[in-house]
Design a protein around this ligand. Structure first.
Ligand code: AMP
Length: 290
């Protein structure tokens, strides 16, 4: 088989022309949106896309619209050349990496607003964040015309909001969930992990350990308040880290848990000196609550 050569595209018009041609040839497109500085989490999305589609398009775009004032847009890690090599090895066929000016030539006055699902967790801490996510994805979905788009469960709130958006607004594509990829010590892979000091990197696996303790307590007791107490206490003991939030909610609605809830999310965000990290565990409640 001929080795694939990664095609790189920067212009919106070129991207639309290429995906239009692929679609007219009957090729299925799998799309993997990212902000780059690729790690094994992103690459697992690309590999999944490769298994299920004729062509894999990955976007790398640090989207200014989803960063608030004072957040890390400027310092977000970037390395396009390294990313291109990794993407090609993971089976990506087309890398779309527009500039912010190319994506947002004018400041559109049209707003796309998520609903109640964005009022909690990261949406509560980062006002407007998910507006920016929906804005860029609407553009990217139109430009890449995917049959399937791949998202990580690491960003579970984002995934839940996107599933709702795509369903409610009839985007002609399927959202595929991909499990969180972790370091050997349990820390969820994240482009922001490079912003941790060596000491913080040593402490960071305690986020997942705390979530696991909370999940264990929840499974054993069935009591979300007890589990939340365990989780918050454990997070509170991480040196140099401040808990932004720790919550247990119904998933994917992100409403409070009720007797009819079928799945729960146990989620936390923790602020270290140079990086805010998020992680979560989903707990299946089927047959557990009545
Ligand atoms: P980002 O570049 O952080 O915006 O992430 C791009 C995509 O990769 C999103 O769908 C994320 O949920 C997914 N992703 C990020 N980290 C991981 C991970 N550790 N495991 C699986 N997917 C991930």
């Amino acid at each position: 088989m001929e080795a694939t050569r990664l095609k790189r595209i920067e212009k919106v018009t070129d991207m639309a022309a290429v995906s239009g041609r692929l679609a007219s040839e009957g090729k299925s497109i799998g799309f993997v949106p990212t902000m780059g500085y690729l790690h094994e989490g992103h690459l697992s999305l690309a590999r999944e896309a490769g298994k299920e589609n004729d062509v894999v398009i990955m976007s790398i775009f640090v989207n200014p619209a989803q960063f608030g004032p004072g957040e890390d847009f400027d310092s977000y890690p970037r390395d396009l050349e390294r990313d291109a090599e990794l993407a090609e090895k993971a089976g990506v066929d087309i890398l779309f990496h527009p500039t912010p000016e190319e994506m947002y030539p004018e400041n559109s006055e049209i707003r796309i607003l998520p609903g109640r699902q964005a009022d909690v967790l990261c949406g509560a801490s980062r006002p407007g964040h998910f507006d920016g996510v929906l804005k860029v994805l609407t553009k990217l979905f139109h430009l890449t015309m995917p049959e399937r788009a791949y998202f990580g469960q690491k960003d579970a709130q984002q995934l839940a909001i996107i599933e709702t958006f795509v369903r409610d607004y009839n985007f002609p594509l399927e959202i595929r969930r991909v499990p969180t990829v972790r370091e050997e010590d349990g820390l969820a892979k994240s482009s922001r992990n490079v912003r941790l000091t060596p000491e913080e990197r040593e402490q960071a696996p305690a986020i997942y350990e705390s979530l696991q303790q909370g999940a264990r307590m929840f499974r054993e007791s069935g009591d979300p308040d007890l589990a939340l107490g365990t989780l918050r206490k454990s997070l509170g003991h991480i040196p140099g880290a401040e808990t932004d939030y720790a919550e247990i909610l119904e998933y994917p609605s992100l409403r409070p848990l009720s007797a009819s809830s079928r799945e729960a999310i146990i989620a936390a965000a923790v602020q270290f000196s140079g990086a805010r990290l998020i992680d979560n565990i989903l707990v299946n409640l089927e047959g557990k609550r009545s």
